[in-house]
Design a protein around this ligand. Sequence first.
Ligand code: SF4
Length: 229
Amino acid sequence: MKLSELFYSVQGEGKLMGVPSVFVRASGCNLRCTWCDTPYSSWQPEGEDVSVAQIVARVQEQRARHVVITGGEPMIMPDIAELCVAMKGAGMHVTIETAATVFEPIELDLASLSPKLANSTPHDREGGRFVAMHEKQRLNVQVIQQFIDSSPDFQLKFVVSAAADLIEIEELLSQLNGWLPADVLLMPEGIDVEALASRSIWLVEACKRTGFRFCPRLHVLLYGHARGT
Ligand code: SF4
């Protein structure tokens, strides 16, 4: 697997927010979100090929019982299934963070699904040359449903830029089965405290209306927008 970084921190987003976790960040993505907060794993993927055995050994150097396999897009990595089996074999709780555009059966404990809304489309980046590719691939309802149906636990996490995004979220959810409002998390778009704050109050109000969960970005609040956190 091409690895851009591996580090020990606390989970900053979702149902397991605050849980000490080792993050394994695969490098390479099939999308190009305009606001991507890890461009070194998508727009300019960097890193080195590291074997599954080496990744497991590096994870086991930490005290954590939780591992978060993220990206980039981990589900396009050829050895993702092997890595998950190895992590489960090592006794780890495994979260996969994915945009849920690609499915294959894998061993995991929490599928953290982050379908990408229209606000992610990179009209303003590199002359718009990735717009068509991104639009074609960013949403796959069938794949999202496969993750929901096959995972012991899941969450649907949405990056929200503006109030209009809520309409798109509800349209998507109307096509999916087997979820409860508590499985849906709304996260303000932004990579600094000011941007997050500007979207948080009205997003909390939206959560109060819908029963969805408000999802802050704890790592940004703690460390700012910094790699390895
Ligand atoms: S799916 Fe994730 S890693 Fe890929 S471009 Fe979008 S935000 Fe970045």
